[in-house]
Design a protein around this ligand. Structure first.
Ligand code: PEP
Length: 252
């Protein structure tokens, strides 16, 4: 099955509304009108609407970096799926390692969020990945399988076919240390194999698996050329429109 590549830029806690607008305006100009891959930007909540106004008529799509699992309620500091859809979001990142590490998001919480998101039109982008210690102890595969098992839980094949997975080795995030294309392909292959065993070969072959971890203009092409790498989740290099646009062009 041919999977359309998807390149997402995770802006984390960077950019005011004005900065976000400028970046996405530049990106639009650099990419031009018809895109051969899905291009997604993930601004902080505070800039979602400002970015949506700029990209409304373009093919660039919008994602949020997190969401709560309830519809509404007394949950100070949280946002709901309806609020994200109202801002024009099509995707939401879940289980990013920074949320797991700094905000103690457990697999149980991530599982609840995925379940909620799948009742809406939003697409969850589930991040999984091992730490350096886990890789060195040769536990990477076990850790990733454990995350998939716990985060996806009892989802049906139809539900699972709507998710996107991002393999993000923690040791490669923001460190400048990219997984080699061989390491990344190996893990992506294992993830697809796990999905095939859990759901079906057909479901697994349709699910996009993105790589994230120090993707840059000079390593994107080699990573994207791997059979089971269907795109990238880009942090640092997505903050600059020129480098993000180059990554998109290298991936098409
Ligand atoms: C990320 O935060 O998802 C990420 C991959 O960051 P970076 O590209 O900066 O490593």
């Amino acid at each position: 099955m041919s999977r359309r590549p998807l390149i997402a830029g995770n802006w984390k806690m960077f950019k005011t509304r004005g900065e976000a607008r400028d970046t996405v305006e530049q990106l639009q100009q650099l990419l031009g009108p018809s895109l051969s891959v899905d291009v997604v930007v993930c601004p902080p909540f505070s800039a979602l609407s400002a970015v949506e106004e700029v990209i409304r008529e373009s093919e660039i799509q919008l994602a949020a970096q997190n969401v709560h699992w309830e519809d509404e309620g007394a949950f100070t500091g949280e946002v709901s799926t309806a609020m994200l859809s109202d801002c024009g979001c099509r995707y939401v990142i879940l289980g990013h390692s920074e949320r797991r590490q700094f905000f103690h998001e457990s697999d149980a919480v991530i599982h609840r969020k995925i379940g909620k998101v799948l009742t809406t039109e939003l697409t969850p982008v589930l991040c999984v990945g091992e730490s350096l210690e886990e890789r060195e102890a040769e536990r990477a595969n076990e850790v990733i399988h454990g995350q998939l098992e716990a985060d996806l839980g009892e989802l049906t094949a139809t539900e699972a076919s709507r998710i996107i997975v991002a393999y993000e080795p923690i040791w490669a995030i923001g460190t400048g240390k990219t997984a080699t294309p061989e390491i990344a392909q190996n893990v992506h292959g294992l993830i697809r194999h796990w999905l095939g065993g859990r759901y079906s070969a057909q479901v697994a072959s349709g699910i996009r698996i993105l790589y994230g971890g120090s993707v840059k203009p000079d390593n994107a092409r080699e990573l994207m050329a791997q059979e089971d790498i269907d795109g990238a989740l880009v942090g640092g290099a997505s903050l600059d429109a020129h480098s993000f646009a180059t990554i998109v062009k290298e991936s098409g």
